[in-house]
Design a protein around this ligand. Structure first.
Ligand code: SAM
Length: 263
């Protein structure tokens, strides 16, 4: 009977994959992969010879294709092998369940059809970010949002904690066919962010290195300059807190405590 495990390879080539993730890849009957670059794909091919690259489902040069269709085709490619009774492994860079819909869709579909399916966690871009920038998200709290979701839906940002905006290079791209944003859309985003942050607030364009030898990109710019900044598909925007944590005197009172009790 077919089965599915989705594993993450982390971001850094060969070094971030977990022991169990690697063993799943090596023993799979069929592997489907979504790696960030050709180096990663080649490394994978050294672990298992039966690999289908899911990149083929993205729009070709000049083609207009909705990414929803792409994700559906990727999911069905995986499911076809599961239904054929294969022990299938989906390999995705980073954490397979973080800002990645295909692993979630494939696992849910497989389980619905009665197959065994599960996910193994991996090292996500966010994990690398905390390590590279020397930030502990526990100090002030952290919100992680897709940039477009922040723009399209009502969200309240907590500007006393960290805010991470994922897929900043696609901010406001609603058609799901384009692969970049525009200065105009980024100005709309900056305008939205201005209700929580001053325009001189410094934000960081973060890109973890995919190779063990490379350094990360951590470029600090003023919020107002974001529309002119260089953004890549892998850029995550980091917005540090702009105000101090405020005591919740009502809850402290209910606990019989005062701020002085917290040390
Ligand atoms: N599943 C991936 C993970 O666990 O990191 C995230 C995939 S999501 C579709 C793509 C977004 O992840 C990018 O737009 C960016 O926000 C973030 N990302 C991916 N690679 C990155 C990198 N090398 N450095 C920083 N952020 C990255």
């Amino acid at each position: 009977k077919g089965s599915l495990v989705c594993v993450g390879t982390g971001l850094q080539l060969a070094g971030h994959v977990t022991v169990i993730g690697k063993s799943y890849i090596e023993s799979a009957e069929e592997v489907f992969s979504l790696m960030p670059d050709a180096f990663g794909q080649r490394w994978l091919e050294g672990l298992n010879t039966n690999i289908t690259d899911l990149q083929q489902f993205y729009a070709k040069a000049g083609e207009v294709k909705n990414r929803r269709l792409t994700y559906e085709q990727m999911t069905e490619a995986i499911m076809t092998a599961v239904r054929a009774g294969k022990r299938v492994v989906g390999v995705f860079y980073g954490h397979p369940g973080v800002f990645a819909c295909v692993p979630h869709m494939a696992i849910a579909r497989a389980q619905k059809e009665g197959f065994q399916a599960s996910m193994e966690p991996g090292i996500s871009a966010e994990d690398c970010l905390w390590a590279d920038l020397g930030i502990d998200p526990g100090n002030y709290g952290c919100q992680s949002l897709e940039a477009s979701q922040l723009m399209f839906f009502e969200h309240q940002l907590d500007n006393a904690g960290y805010v991470l905006l994922w897929q900043i290079a696609l901010a406001g791209e609603h058609t799901l066919t384009g692969f970049s944003t525009t200065e105009e859309r980024l100005r709309v985003l900056v305008d939205l962010l201005r209700q929580w942050y001053p325009e001189q607030h410094k934000v960081c364009l973060y890109e973890a290195s995919n190779l063990p030898i490379g350094a990360c990109r951590a470029e600090w710019v003023y919020l107002k300059d974001l529309p002119e900044a260089t953004l890549h598909a892998i850029t995550t925007l980091v917005i540090p807190p702009v105000r101090e944590l405020q005591y919740n005197l009502r809850v402290l009172n209910q606990l019989g405590l005062t701020p002085e009790d917290l040390g």
